[in-house]
Write a protein that binds this ligand. Structure first.
Ligand code: ADP
Ligand code: MG
Length: 388
């Protein structure tokens, strides 16, 4: 292996993108492929786990082949295999994990299990591939905001792989809030980009909607905002004599645009103000953003203005590296590989693997809550054993 620039082959299948990438030195993307399931899940307006897992199984080999073809290398040139082990959908994660294990075993390569959220953070260390050789990598200390479909949190990063949780959402993730608001407004799935597009067409003032500041904390809450939006939409639909949103009731385009703009402003303002304050209070030299919502132009512009005003660097990956991709797992996997992290062939999916434990949380994990599915499974196993 090249000691300076180990090559990591990374696999990501935690949710609804089947993604593979080869990354050199944790920074240079030699090749990558992303098979998106957006079109597959659009009719249901959300990801159906079983459908997602099957699609991963279908697309994972083509994604590997395309990645290696673009990179122009074979697996023989690879130094380690990295794979997302959680958090995410269990069935989806297992497809990537089993595939990565197979590759590692057949080629005699070390295997590294990566936390998907760490991947979103490390996307900021990737060369954005704009041909200019890229921005310099983030300087520590870093404050990082991860805003995706499933997660929203703010961490302080004093150094590589070190995290202190500053705050997180107490209810919906920012992307989830965008998706739910999109459905209320009758916009296509996923709601985030659709709301951003609708907001951009607003000609009048944005509809003012509430912001949840939660005092001085760095926590976030978006469910009150969603309820406020629902009330306005329901009121306006009723006034027009149209059916409720759930029954397909639609507002005129200009009202949708004004409401989308108001919703986006509320989310963006809280995210930006808290992130900038966290950077100030922790003395961060760089602010890093990751997750699908980080591709929101309004959020990017707002943070860029704030960071410029305070002399803090801001590193936001290009939109294609903000949403789920394999390269970010390669970047985080590279760091974990250098740190000596190795997974065995018993690597298992960790559907709710936290990146960092909240302060004061017990070091040992509580046993998972016994759900109806677990009880049904055990009962069926017992019945099977009894028959034998
Ligand atoms: P996850 O890993 O949790 O599936 P991703 O990191 O792939 O999430 O991000 C997907 C989320 O990002 C979706 O909720 C989507 O609505 C949101 N999103 C994508 N683009 C934008 C945008 N321009 N503005 C706001 N939200 C966006
Ligand atoms: Mg993600």
């Amino acid at each position: 292996m090249s000691v300076a620039e180990p090559i990591v082959l990374a696999v990501e299948s935690s949710c609804d993108e089947t993604a593979v990438a080869v990354v050199a030195g944790g920074r240079r993307i030699l090749g990558q492929a992303i098979a998106s399931q957006v079109a597959l899940h659009a009719p249901t307006g959300g990801v159906v786990p079983e459908v997602a897992a099957r699609a991963h199984l279908r697309w994972i080999v083509p994604a590997l082949e395309e990645t290696l073809a673009t990179a122009g290398i074979g697996v023989d040139r690879v130094d380690a295999i990295a794979v997302t082990a959680g958090p995410g959908l269990a069935g989806s994660l297992l497809v990537g994990i089993a595939f990565a294990k197979g590759l590692a075993w057949v080629h005699g390569l070390p295997l590294v299990g990566v936390n998907h959220l760490e991947g979103h953070l490390y996307a900021a260390w990737l060369d954005p591939g704009d041909g200019a050789g890229g921005e310099p990598v983030p300087d520590f200390p870093v404050v990082a905001l991860v805003v995706s479909g499933g997660h929203t949190f703010l961490v302080a990063m004093p150094d590589h792989l070190e995290y202190r949780l500053l705050g997180e959402t107490v209810d919906d993730a920012a992307g989830e809030a965008f998706d739910k608001a999109g459905r209320l407004l009758g916009l296509p799935y996923p709601g985030g980009p659709a709301i951003a597009r609708a907001a951009a067409t607003a000609t009048g003032p944005a509809v003012p909607l509430p912001r949840a500041w939660l005092g001085d904390s760095f926590d976030f809450s978006f469910s009150g905002l969603k309820t406020a939006l629902r009330r306005v939409v329901e009121g306006e639909l009723a006034a027009l004599g149209r059916p409720p949103a759930e029954e397909g009731g639609l507002l005129p385009d200009e009202r949708v645009a004004a409401l989308a703009a108001g919703f986006q402003e509320s989310v963006v303002e809280v995210l930006a103000v808290k992130t900038l304050r966290a950077a100030r209070e922790t003395g961060a030299r760089t602010i890093v953003l990751g997750g699908g919502v980080a591709s929101n132009e309004s959020l990017r512009a707002r943070l860029a203005a704030g960071a410029a005003g305070s002399g803090t660097r801001l590193v936001i990956p290009p939109p294609a590296l903000c949403t789920d991709n394999g390269a970010m797992i390669g970047a985080a996997g590279h760091r974990r590989f250098l740190a000596g992290d190795r997974a065995g062939l018993d690597l298992d999916a960790r559907p709710s693997w936290p990146l960092v434990r909240p302060a004061g949380a017990p070091a040992t994990r509580r046993p998972p809550r016994r759900g109806a599915a677990a009880r049904a499974y055990e009962a069926s196993r017992a019945a099977e054993a009894g028959r034998r």
